[in-house]
Ligand binder design. Structure first.
Ligand code: ADP
Length: 489
């Protein structure tokens, strides 16, 4: 270690420019932490219409002349914009036809755009063309998820003779392996992408049950593959959670590693958080209650602060455990507890939970939109944070919750398993509550057990303190990424 590295971080969502989920958070905070460790880090992302040029002082790249690349038979122009964000350089790749629309991946109804594969192919290739044009040599090109996975096969096949990439290594991080997120498309898209059918054969790098799997191609061609927690790195090699790629992943196990995400403590810290009305820390933890009071009022819930409040902030999708939660929700409401859910996603669950809010107006609040500010108040004002995920590569909200003294109650999977120490296993050091079986009864019983502990103020405070005392910042994890980069250079 020691030398300054030049790192290009490629992502289709980067907070605060555009964010849908955890990928957006990581795509800012990991680059920041890497830059903090004295590396030169640039981010590349699409220039979505929703990104505010003025607010972020985004300028056209000096003397840039748009040029086109082909995706299939169509020419797509590449515009380039640039901004400084702290000590990062952020490049925005512009194409009106692909990014001049309201959503990031989905339209207003939550449906994925029909041409998402075209957008992914375009971006994965455009990034390489832009790097060539601005003529900057990177040691590491760090790509993320299926959206940018094709950058790996491009670099290792189509562009493998380019001088500028001679010493460049490609790292792919999997933030979500779910089959819906792998980028599985018709075989014909190999041609659309301008890649070679030589890699498309049964069991080959591109092929997945007769289709073209972008993520699989990325895994095959990347020099290193990481995922966002050690536990998830193990789980994705199993039939249960490998989402069909377990074979490829276990075959790649020598280049596969899990590194847990950190949190950006400039943004997520109850001591300095400007989104919450009452800042607090361990010494004046009483002020957490003031936030709870404000939150209950804002949500029009039963105003008794003694009643435990369970919070959830989540994409409302199968992955996050909404099926088992909806099955036991009426039973849960028999307990003396309030519940707030902030999130949006699958209509079916949005409707079920909106109905619950109508049925239990004093106990349940459901807000089906994206609201950054409210998400901070929910973290600060809740007592328990619920994450009953079916699988969870890392999960960020349990980390925010630990920091905010909001005790996570989680299913023991992926990053939730790695980051929460079960109070019932270790009463001295426990930081939260965990259950194993993905069933409504396991979830319900664990909530009931947790509520019993809630009534014991001294025990509860101990758990709160254990969580708030943890160092959850990015610095340790960023060092691990640097060691990894170093190991392949
Ligand atoms: P995932 O990436 O699978 O969605 P994570 O827990 O890793 O899950 O990250 C989710 C991120 O998105 C967190 O920062 C969370 O606070 C945020 N988030 C999700 N839904 C909303 C919402 N409706 N409003 C505000 N923030 C949200």
């Amino acid at each position: 270690m020691g030398d300054i590295m030049e790192i290009a971080f490629i992502s289709t969502e980067v907070f605060p420019f555009a964010k849908v989920g955890g990928l957006g958070d990581v795509s800012l905070s990991l680059p920041l932490a890497l830059a903090q460790l004295k590396n030169k880090v640039s981010i590349f992302m699409p220039f979505y219409k929703s990104i505010d040029k003025k607010a972020h002082t985004i300028r056209k790249y000096p003397k840039w002349e748009d040029f086109s690349i082909k995706v299939g038979e169509t020419d797509f122009s590449i515009g380039l914009y640039k901004a400084k964000y702290e000590n990062l350089t952020v490049y925005f790749i512009e194409n009106e036809a692909l990014y001049g629309r309201d959503g990031i991946y989905t339209d207003k109804t939550g449906e994925g755009y029909k041409d998402n594969h075209i957008r992914d192919i375009f971006f994965s290739k455009a990034v390489i063309e832009v790097i060539k044009k601005i003529n900057e040599k990177f040691d590491i090109i760090h790509i993320n998820d299926s959206h940018t996975a094709l950058t790996a096969p491009y670099l290792k096949t189509v562009y493998n003779n380019e001088e500028i990439f001679k010493d460049t290594k490609v790292v792919l991080t999997i933030h979500n392996l779910g089959s819906a997120y792998q980028g599985i498309h018709e075989a014909i898209e190999v041609k659309t992408a301008g890649l070679s059918y030589d890699y498309f054969y049964q069991g080959g790098p591109f092929e997945y049950y007769d289709k073209f799997n972008f993520l699989k191609a990325g895994i095959h061609f990347a020099d290193l593959v990481t995922t966002v927690s050690p536990q998830y790195a193990k789980e994705i090699q199993t039939n249960e959670l490998g989402e069909g790629l377990q074979g490829v992943l276990s075959a790649s196990k020598d280049k596969l590693l899990g590194i847990i995400n950190g949190i950006d403590t400039n943004i997520w810290n109850p001591e300095t958080d400007n989104h919450i009305p009452h800042k607090y820390n361990l010494e004046n933890i009483k002020d957490k209650l003031k936030n709870k009071k404000d939150l209950l009022k804002k949500l029009n819930l039963n105003a008794d602060v003694k009643v435990p409040l369970i919070g959830m902030i989540s994409r409302i999708v199968d992955q996050k455990g909404f099926d088992i939660l909806s099955y036991c929700f009426n039973d849960l409401m028999q307990e003396n507890v309030n519940f707030v859910l902030l999130g949006s996603g699958q209509k079916r669950y949005e409707e079920i939970f909106t109905e619950f809010a109508k049925k239990y107006p004093e106990k349940v609040a459901v807000i089906t939109k994206y609201d950054e500010e409210l998400s901070h108040l929910i973290e600060a004002g809740s007592d328990i944070f619920l994450m009953p995920s079916k699988y969870e590569p890392c999960g960020l909200n349990q980390l925010y919750s630990l920091k905010y003294g909001t005790i996570p109650l989680v299913r023991a999977t992926g990053g939730l398993e790695d980051s929460v120490l079960n109070y019932f296993d270790d009463k001295e050091n426990g930081t939260g509550f965990k259950f194993n079986d993905y069933t409504p009864s396991a979830l319900l019983n664990t909530v009931k057990e947790a509520l019993k502990i809630y009534s014991n103020d001294k025990e509860w405070k101990k758990i709160v303190k254990n969580g708030m005392s943890l160092d959850l910042s990015w610095s340790a994890s960023a060092k691990k990424y640097l060691d990894l980069y170093q190991s392949i250079l």
